[in-house]
Design a protein. Structure first.
Length: 119
């Protein structure tokens, strides 16, 4: 399983970023997690591939939007109105997704992309 995240960077509070997760043909990314030092990786958004339903953790609802382009086998996370507390390494996950804590061993992971929200 190969997943490659991109799109992270340094952005000021209130700014936007769009993360991408390009997947190899044998991978099917379905969610985004994030991790900060000293804390467990947490699921922040999942997408249901059968009906396209999207799910979000409360802290990002109304600001983040998950989507996928099946033709490109790529998962996206549009992040708007970013806040300093969104600073983290963001990972896309294949095969498993959960909002909040979950069984991280069930997922396949990319290498992550760093997002820093700071003025």
């Amino acid at each position: 399983v190969q997943l490659v995240e991109s799109g992270g960077g340094l952005v000021q509070p209130g700014g936007s970023l769009r993360l991408s997760c390009a997947a190899a043909l044998d991978a099917y990314p379905i969610g985004w997690f994030r991790e900060v030092p000293g804390k467990e990786r947490e699921g922040i958004s999942c997408i249901n591939d059968s009906d396209g339903s999207a799910y979000y953790t409360d802290s990002v609802k109304g600001r983040f939007t998950i989507s996928r382009d099946n033709a490109k086998n790529t998962l996206y996370l549009q992040m708007n109105n970013l806040k300093p507390q969104d600073t983290a390494v963001y990972y896309c996950a294949a095969d498993y997704c959960a909002i909040g804590t979950g069984d991280l061993n069930k997922a396949s992971w990319g290498q992550g992309t760093q997002v820093i929200v700071s003025s």
